[in-house]
Design a protein around this ligand. Structure first.
Ligand SMILES: C[S@@+](CC[C@H](N)C(=O)[O-])C[C@H]1O[C@@H](n2cnc3c(N)ncnc32)[C@H](O)[C@@H]1O
Length: 367
């Protein structure tokens, strides 16, 4: 029997150079991952059907009580609960035949106002799995899969996933890390939020700085429509405008702040977008570029977040950029040096990392 020290890369499975233990260990990992993938569907169901919300803060519940609270069929609810217990999301007390969602888990799955809320991840997955056939074609032809080719779950899921992190950090940490920006915004400044999607970043800034004026731009019309609705609902229509515009040619001049939240790498021409920003900045204006916290070194992404990021890059970021037929399709982990070089080529030579979270890196960029 071979030992791990004998393993030679490229040995055919089943030959005597295959390390049996290593193979079984890997099989276990693959089964775990497959289980997580199926369980992800259950998480999405729990989110969409209001099961987590109904369990949040409710204490121990029988499956029948949860079925009544959610208006769902007990038999399905019981099956779903069994899967939740198997995954460690929900605890079970055999003595009372009850199930409980711990408060800490409720913060992650049932509370959109928690900074740790992550249910949006599973909303996005619904759309991503549905693009598998289009991705198969894209791998064969080199063509892209455009942002608008995806189902609406990608757009709502993206907004839902990023919003909690922006709510927690954008105003108190990220803007505060830009020299003098909070004071400028408080006095009244002009802001462009490029690739704004549903515009939660724009709305959060507008809510905090009533004297400033905010312009959100995105080339995806349904997202711009949704953003307008959100701004109106929040009573911010007086200071926020959303328009359909490309990152490479968004309108307006003399912006004190131009932001790119998790979108620059999705464009087919990040250099063109930054050249447009350079032209549109006021004399002492600053760009804030928020990018996923991935690394250009593929080995450094072997973390749970790195794994999710790199897979998302395959599924949506790279294909979205390729679909734009621009000069560069970066993927979401091109890394700081690549971005910095693109910015410098666009005339934005001042570059500084100002904040970091497990998911994002935030750069202040200027002339
Ligand atoms: C991952 S989403 C991020 C959306 C939003 N900034 C957020 O943080 O929730 C990327 C966004 O970039 C937009 N986008 C991609 N390429 C674009 C381009 N060339 N011009 C304008 N918007 C673009 C997409 O429509 C999408 O809304």
């Amino acid at each position: 029997m071979a030992t791990s020290a004998d393993v030679t890369h490229g040995a055919a499975p089943g030959t005597d150079r295959t390390d049996e233990d290593r193979m079984r260990e890997f099989l276990e990992q693959v089964i775990t991952d497959g289980g997580a993938a199926v369980a992800g569907l259950c998480t999405s169901l729990g989110d969409r059907l209001g099961l987590y919300t109904a369990m949040a803060g409710a204490g121990p519940l029988t499956s029948a009580q949860l079925a009544v609270r959610t208006g769902l069929v007990e038999r399905y609810v019981r099956e779903w609960l069994a899967a939740q217990v198997a995954g460690g999301y929900v605890t079970y007390a055999p003595a009372t035949d009850t199930y409980e969602l711990p408060d800490e888990h409720a913060a992650v799955l049932a509370d959109p106002n928690s900074p740790h809320y992550a249910a949006g991840f599973f909303t996005m997955l619904q759309a991503l799995y549905a693009t598998e056939d289009a991705l198969m074609d894209a791998f064969r032809t080199g063509e892209g899969v455009s942002w608008e080719e995806h189902g609406p779950a990608l757009f709502t899921g993206t907004a839902k996933f990023f919003r909690p992190g922006y709510t927690a950090a954008l105003v108190p940490e990220w803007l505060a890390a830009l020299d003098g920006m909070v004071e400028k915004l408080a006095r009244g400044a002009r802001v462009a939020d490029v690739g704004c999607g549903y515009g939660w970043s724009t709305v959060l800034m507008a809510r905090a700085f009533p004297a400033s004026r905010f312009h959100g731009f995105d080339f995806h019309r349904p997202s711009v429509r949704a953003a307008r609705g959100i701004a109106a609902e929040q009573g911010l229509a007086d200071r926020v405008r959303f328009e359909v515009a490309g990152a490479q040619d968004f309108p307006g001049k003399n912006y004190d702040l131009i932001t790119f939240f998790d979108c620059l790498h999705d464009t087919g021409d990040p250099g063109g977008a930054l050249r447009c920003a350079e032209q549109a900045l006021a004399d002492d204006g600053i760009c804030m570029i928020v990018e996923p916290n991935g690394s250009a070194d593929v080995q450094e992404n072997a973390t749970p977040i790195g794994r999710a990021l790199t897979a998302a890059s395959v599924a949506v970021c790279l294909p979205s950029a390729l679909a734009q037929h621009g000069p560069q399709a970066l993927g979401n982990h091109a890394g700081e040096e690549a971005m910095r070089t693109i910015a410098a080529d666009a005339g934005l030579r001042h570059w500084k990392l100002v904040a970091e979270s497990p998911v994002n890196r935030v750069y202040a960029v200027g002339r």
